[in-house]
Design a protein around this ligand. Sequence first.
Ligand code: SAH
Length: 231
Amino acid sequence: MVIYVQEYKLYLLIQSEHLDSYRHKGLRNKLIDDIRSKGIKNEEVLEAMGRVPRHLFMDSSFVNFSYTDKAFPISAGQTISQPYTVAYQTELLDVSRHLKVLEVGTGSGYQTAVLLELGARVYTIERQRQLFLDAQKTLGPLNYKPIFFYGDGYEGLPAYAPFDRILVTAAALEIPQSLLDQLTVGGVLVVPEGGHLGQKMIRVVRETEDHFQHSEHGHFSFVPLLRGKNN
Ligand code: SAH
């Protein structure tokens, strides 16, 4: 019996090593240093990213590149965002514990995990059914618990509004009015705006019920925010 228990412990050890090893953690620390050197200053954001095993969110074909600062293809012709971009958007969003955050575009679930690591209450919506299902399979075993929705995030989630923060991880041709309407007063929306030739990162602060302050924050490249949902 004792031998059996020890064998089982060894098995668990091997399993967990396989999940997130010292080698992965070392690579991740280097990636975080790289992102910091590119100008991300918020240490809480960097620490949160340092805790998320990005290799478990990647498509298996690209898993060896998990800790390079690049976007990669996932299912349904979508992408897992570049880590620098995740850090940049999260920093702009100004997340703190217990804030209610809506993420539009669950994708791989990687950004969702970073928001959860910062202590936010996360509502995440995805229009691609396969990604909606896959993200639950990835996040569940890692004990990340957002509230998942399958639908058109362009409409936001009126039944659950208002939100303290809204983060859009796909490019909108124009900022959806529905999302502005679902911000709390004092709330922040971060959204890349523009067409396929490139987008500007926009940050909107709802200063009063009727007044929204817009600012621009550099150029990025995202997959488009599409309308409707996809089987
Ligand atoms: N945060 C994700 C980014 C994925 S790419 C990650 O790091 O993995 C953007 C995602 O937005 C894609 O999965 C795409 O299917 C989704 N998307 C595009 N338009 C959408 C919409 N209207 N509603 C919900 N999700 C949408």
